[in-house]
Design a protein around this ligand. Structure first.
Ligand code: ZN
Length: 208
């Protein structure tokens, strides 16, 4: 699982590669079904492993990157029990139509807030208690086929305390990132128009 720690560089070719409209994104290994669970669902379980109470102990987080083409956010969240250790959290927002992204009348923050999400946390708890359920119920990012027979045989809960904490921030975060998403795609659209004009001026026949 070394792959997940590599930040994705947003070069133009990567943007195309990771774009949700690109067929190259769906490989035979990765499931591409969108998630039907939103942040409220992740927060709906409070009691299992006292996750809501333990999420109160989480302190210190940062948004480390946004991959606009992949609708993916990465965070670093401090471990509660191991000082100096940070866990990487990944949140993938279900694909949103580009026309919606650039539509100033669309309430993009609300769309982001209510969207289905796929999640991952690098902590041991997520791996041992939740990653199988996450993959099976299409809200996981990485495949996990080992059923948690001993730790979570009834597949209770949804996420670890770190993700629970980040999900509480989600309504706030979706407001913060909506503008960034819109700016990115607006710029992308303008660049595409520029490119098209440039080609046209060169007298090359291009297909719109
Ligand atoms: Zn965690």
């Amino acid at each position: 699982m070394a792959k997940q720690n590599k930040p994705i560089r947003l070069t133009k070719s990567n943007t195309r590669k990771y774009s949700s409209s690109s067929p190259s994104r769906s490989s035979s290994v990765m499931k591409t079904k969108p998630s039907s669970l939103n942040y409220k669902k992740f927060l709906s379980e409070r009691d299992f492993l006292k996750v809501a109470k333990r999420a109160n102990m989480v302190q210190g987080w940062s948004l480390s990157s946004i991959d606009f083409a992949g609708n993916e956010l990465r965070f670093l969240v401090n471990s509660v029990t191991r000082p100096g250790i940070k866990y990487m959290i990944i949140v993938q927002v279900n694909p949103i139509d580009k026309s919606v992204m650039i539509d100033k009348k669309a309430k993009l923050y609300k769309i982001l807030q209510d969207a289905g999400l796929k999640v991952y946390c690098g902590c041991p708890a997520f791996s041992y208690w939740y990653s199988y359920k996450a993959w099976r119920y299409d809200y996981g990012i990485f495949p996990e086929r080992r059923f948690p027979h001993i730790r979570n045989p009834h597949l209770r809960g949804f996420v670890c305390k770190h993700l629970h904490y980040v999900m509480r921030l989600w309504p706030f975060l979706s407001r913060q990132i909506a503008k960034q998403f819109r700016d990115y795609w607006t710029k992308e659209q303008l660049e595409q128009i520029d490119d098209a004009i440039e080609y046209a001026l060169k007298g090359i026949k291009i297909d719109f």
